[in-house]
Design a protein around this ligand. Structure first.
Ligand SMILES: Nc1ncnc2c1ncn2[C@@H]1O[C@H](COP(=O)(O)OP(=O)(O)O)[C@@H](O)[C@H]1O
Ligand SMILES: [Mg+2]
Length: 370
């Protein structure tokens, strides 16, 4: 069986490093503080948070706001998570004890996957939210331990209810015993929310940054071991090449290795890695076209092409002229947007990089160099 994994579900035996970030989160929760995990897309936020939920020993409610369609949906999922944590056998007892103020609006059904709650549409949105946010505190009083609430893809709150941050703030100010972990990739949006004086969650959470790729040594030994133990030998040259192509980008470490494993026979060479990379590129090109179209910034293609080039001094006037970018301010503005979307990161002073290694290859080929 292919030993590499990608997707939302955390797989412990495929997890590499992130020890610093994990310890920071653990220490934060042990000290009763809230945290904000900020990292570009596909850098492993969800995997890290799921690892925490499974392995830290703290009772944890995990909600992925991306998949939540309404405030009622949010409250229902919080109830669902609370029910799971309490290991309550009886849904009626759970509702009467923990959702007593809104009990008349709650119904449940028993499905093959367990108990599923729903809230009546006439329950006002604000009450829905307040009840949902009260649950972690009630849980804390019952379980007598710190309760953790993970709100993954938190930037999505805007779509659900702009009131959510303010209500969360008053919930944890009123009562203790909980730590919230907010997570997302929209850097500026989260920074505005948590680290500017006008942000509704200002000064209420500690920042955990995760903009670094996976470390080379740990990733190489992970890859070597996974190939070997699954009965395939990868030549050293091919292994190093595989890592270099991914640059340690978590998603591509798994995804490219997965394709290499499928394509390769008993002995995997550099050619196999090249062939797998071409396949992925072909597969992702369409998505990249859509992404570029959706972003739709003027001069975007020129800026991307400049970033994918070997050019070091991207703000140099001669370089800008060669790329047909009319001013440094325009470049700066486009870069700021790309950073906000987690497409570009300033990894070293003055050095902006396209984070997705495959996207960089695509840009280079599609828009050429100057
Ligand atoms: N620490 C890690 N070690 C190895 N692979 C990882 C790690 N974190 C993430 N991945 C891989 O990257 C993929 C994307 O991770 P995910 O947690 O969904 O990213 P995010 O939530 O930041 O968008 C995962 O499906 C997995 O294949
Ligand atoms: Mg995620």
């Amino acid at each position: 069986m292919n030993p590499f994994r990608f997707g939302k579900e955390y797989v412990p035996e495929c997890f590499i490093d992130r020890e610093r970030e994990y310890s920071e989160i653990l220490a934060g929760v042990q000290n009763g503080v809230n945290l904000v995990l900020i990292a570009p897309r596909r850098f492993g936020k969800t995997w890290l948070l799921q690892k925490f939920a499974r392995e830290s020993g703290f009772p944890t409610l995990y909600i992925d706001l991306f998949g939540i369609l309404s405030v009622r949906d949010f409250a229902t999922q919080m109830a669902q998570e609370a029910y799971r944590l309490l290991r309550e056998e009886n849904p009626v007892a759970f509702v009467t004890r923990f959702l007593k103020d809104i009990a008349q609006y709650v119904s449940f059904s028993i499905t093959a996957w367990g108990v599923s709650f729903s809230l009546h549409p006439t329950l006002p949105e604000e009450e829905c939210l307040q009840e949902a946010l009260r649950l972690p505190h009630v849980l804390h009083e019952t379980l007598k331990t710190q309760v953790v609430v993970i709100l993954d893809e938190f930037q999505e709150y805007e779509r659900l209810s702009p009131k959510l941050p303010g209500l969360i703030r008053s919930a944890f100010q009123r009562k203790g015993g909980t730590s919230y972990i907010f997570s997302g990739s929209r850097r500026h949006l989260l920074e505005r929310l948590f680290f500017t004086t006008s942000g509704p969650l200002y000064f209420s959470a500690k920042r955990v940054d995760m903009s670094n790729f996976l470390p080379r040594e740990a990733t190489l030994s992970y890859l070597e071991e996974r190939f070997r133990k699954s009965g395939k030998n990868i030549q050293e040259e091919a292994l190093l090449y595989l890592f270099d192509l991914t640059r340690g980008h978590p998603y591509y470490v798994q995804f490219l290795s997965y394709e290499v494993w499928n394509l390769g026979g008993q002995w995997i060479t550099k050619d196999t890695v090249d062939a797998a990379c071409e396949m992925l590129l072909c597969h992702e090109s369409y998505n990249y076209d859509v992404l570029i179209e959706a972003l739709g910034y003027k001069h975007l293609k020129k800026v991307l092409s400049l970033l994918a080039s070997k050019e070091k001094e991207i703000f140099n006037p001669q370089v800008l002229t060669r790329w047909g970018i009319s001013s440094p301010a325009l470049l700066q503005k486009t870069l700021a947007k790309l950073i906000d979307y987690g497409i570009v990161e300033k990894l070293h002073p003055g050095k902006y990089e396209l984070l997705d290694p495959l996207f960089a290859m695509y840009v280079e080929r599609r828009f050429g160099s100057r």
